[in-house]
Write a protein that binds this ligand. Structure first.
Ligand code: GTP
Ligand code: SPV
Ligand code: MN
Length: 590
């Protein structure tokens, strides 16, 4: 399919290593995809769902020990340990190759090696980048076909260039003791063994578009971020774009697809989705920041997605979607998950594959769907997909928003005083852990810019890169904000209604960017005046709003201790600008 010498040479090497029985190039044709779907149904890898209700939709169950990203087994194999930094696991690249090739050697024997040429970003756009993933999993092929642009065109656009990312995936035995997700930023290479779960194996996503790309971005003067991108259209038809970084399972897909509350809808507000997880961001010819979504689909969290919380996401999953680790409704041959509705199916197959009475099973406190069960759906299915989704040029950003899950401490929204202060705000983000990665859930941890698991180099250098970008942007820099939808009351209930009503906060953010509204200055930055968040048509009191806008200096003083400890990790790689910001915060809290 290609004459590209660097690709052919690498494939020869991989064939010799992996010894597949058969080699299949993924050409991007519908016929090939249909044939692979059929084959996956025959082997049991996919279950065909009710084609009248969910056309071209399938269910897949991963191994029980393989349901989320594994951060402890994810490595940045830079030549120098220092370049992986204190927040990444590191392995010497020589040792890593040797170990991984040892694990993978011969593991395609008796199997097919699928070669997936894919593009992150629209094919041929100067800002897009190509990759080749080889895998022995049809599930990976079919997911990559949704999540990225795959096939012949990618190779044609690449020509004889060597600027592409090598990705080797092998399922091996799904042995979690030998599971490794390794990145070689200096070699544009990713190797993933012993997993079959999304973020570990769809190598275009977190591995390439964040870990490798963040390293490329630092070297080439752009940014790869764990951010959604959305457009807000006002009643005059003007569109403003926002990018927002929240940690995994903290609301990016939901915010990206939000439906304005009725009051805003009636006035003519619309929200357009450009991306829900990853943004590649560059300085445009006009000196502003422009963001592109390099993906072609959504790998979204299923639980909690329903007709009320995210009707656009639900609509997006109605055709051409692969569901992973959700429950099967045996009567209708459709899918179910916690939070879809209040009626778990009686004749159900829970996510691990056992037949259960779903009503009794859930009444006993069991989950029918895994908390990190997901849908892989084509972006073009989304009713609110932006016209700019396929434009390689991207959209200009008015604001950058950081946020996480904080039961206390962080107010509903606040604005930074400057770009550097905004970088500080991003760098001190902390959030409760979720089921998106293995390990304890609900533990607060620092997750700078929501990139802790995804930054492919030293986090101190990453902060410096942010500061550097701000210098280049000057007064054209977008304004930087922080939000928290997750403040809880004494009983642990979320106070803010969230979801569509988050537009009320975005509305304030846009007004701040346009200089149309005043704010209160606090120790941590600018907080809205209670009357400036529009509560029209919402049953939510001004007092409750005042409560979640409050900045508690005692809590923030404790926070400062945590920040100091965290910053201590970076030693002299911590930019002076950030130490200064911390000193200012301390001073403000006195
Ligand atoms: P990844 O795909 O892992 O990166 O996650 P994400 O950031 O896209 O998160 P997503 O939008 O899928 O939301 C994760 C969970 O948070 C879901 O269960 C949502 O229902 C819940 N959630 C999202 N937005 C809100 C909100 O505004 N308020 C509350 N209370 N929950 C929310
Ligand atoms: C995340 O965990 O942030 C995800 C899902 O978006 S995964 O692709 O598994 O990384
Ligand atoms: Mn994510």
């Amino acid at each position: 399919m290609t004459q590209n010498k660097s690709i052919l040479a690498w494939l020869e090497e991989m064939k010799a290593l992996m010894t597949p029985d058969e080699v299949v190039w993924i050409d991007g044709s519908q016929e090939q995809i249909d044939a692979l779907r059929k084959q996956a149904c025959e082997s049991g890898e996919l279950i065909k769902l009710n084609q009248d209700i969910l056309p071209d939709c399938y269910l897949h169950r991963t191994a029980v020990n393989d349901v989320a990203r594994v951060e402890a087994r994810t490595f940045i194999c830079a030549r120098e340990k220092e370049n992986a930094g204190p927040t990444n696991n590191w392995m010497d690249p020589k040792e890593a190759y040797e170990m991984l090739y040892g694990i993978a050697k011969g593991r395609y024997k008796g199997r097919t090696m699928y070669i997936i040429p894919y593009s992150m970003g629209p094919v041929g756009s100067p800002f897009s980048k190509a990759g080749i993933e080889i895998t022995d999993s049809i599930y990976v092929v079919l997911n990559m076909e949704i999540m990225t642009r795959v096939g012949k065109d990618v190779l044609e656009a690449l020509g004889d260039s060597n600027d592409w990312v090598r990705g080797l995936h092998a399922k091996c035995d799904i042995d979690d003791e030998k599971r490794y997700i390794c990145h070689f930023p200096e070699d544009n290479t990713i190797i993933s063994v012993n997993s079959g779960y999304g973020g570990n194996v769809l190598l275009g996503k977190k591995c390439f578009a964040l870990r490798i790309a963040s390293f490329q971005g630092k070297n080439e003067g752009w940014m790869a971020e764990h951010m959604l991108i959305l457009g807000i259209e006002n009643p005059q038809g003007e569109k403003k774009y926002i990018a927002a970084a929240f940690p995994s399972a903290c609301g990016k897909t939901n915010l990206a697809m939000l439906i304005p509350p009725e009051y805003y809808r009636n006035k003519g507000y619309k929200v357009w989705t450009v991306g829900d997880d990853i943004a590649w961001i560059r300085i445009g010819e006009d000196g502003r920041l422009w963001a592109v979504n390099p993906e072609n689909g959504f790998f979204g969290v299923a639980p909690g997605t329903n007709e009320k919380s995210n009707p656009n996401a639900l609509a997006t999953t109605k055709k051409g979607t692969i569901f992973t680790n959700v429950a099967l409704n045996k009567d209708t041959n459709t899918v179910w998950w916690e939070g879809l509705d209040k009626n778990p199916p009686v004749n159900a197959v829970e996510w691990k594959g056992s037949d259960v009475n779903g009503v009794e099973y859930t009444a006993e406190g069991n989950k029918l769907a895994h908390p990190n069960s997901r849908f892989t759906a084509p972006a073009i299915n989304c009713p609110c997909i932006s016209d700019e989704f396929n434009s390689g040029k991207g959209v200009p950003l008015s604001a950058i928003v950081f946020g996480g899950r904080r039961a206390k401490t962080a107010p509903l929204v606040y604005q930074s005083r400057s770009w550097n202060h905004g970088v500080f705000v991003g760098s001190i983000m902390a959030s409760e852990t979720t089921a998106a990665a293995t390990g304890a859930v609900g533990v607060v941890r620092r997750d700078p810019m929501a990139m802790l698991p995804f930054c492919g180099y030293h986090m101190g250098d990453y902060f410096a890169h942010w500061i550097e970008m701000g210098k280049k942007l000057g007064d054209k820099a977008p304004k930087i904000f922080n939000v928290n939808w997750f403040r809880t009351d004494d009983e642990g209930h979320f106070i803010w209604p969230g979801f569509g009503d988050n537009l009320r906060v975005l509305d304030w953010i846009i007004k701040r960017c346009e200089g149309k509204v005043d704010a209160n200055e606090t120790a941590i930055g600018y907080v809205p005046k209670v009357d400036d968040i529009n509560l029209e048509g919402l049953d939510f009191s001004r007092d409750a709003l005042a409560g979640i806008l409050e900045v508690d200096n005692a809590l923030w003083s404790a926070e400062v201790d945590g920040i100091e400890e965290f910053y201590g990790k970076f030693g002299d790689k911590l930019p002076a600008e950030l130490s200064e910001q911390l000193a200012t915060l301390k001073n403000n809290l006195k």
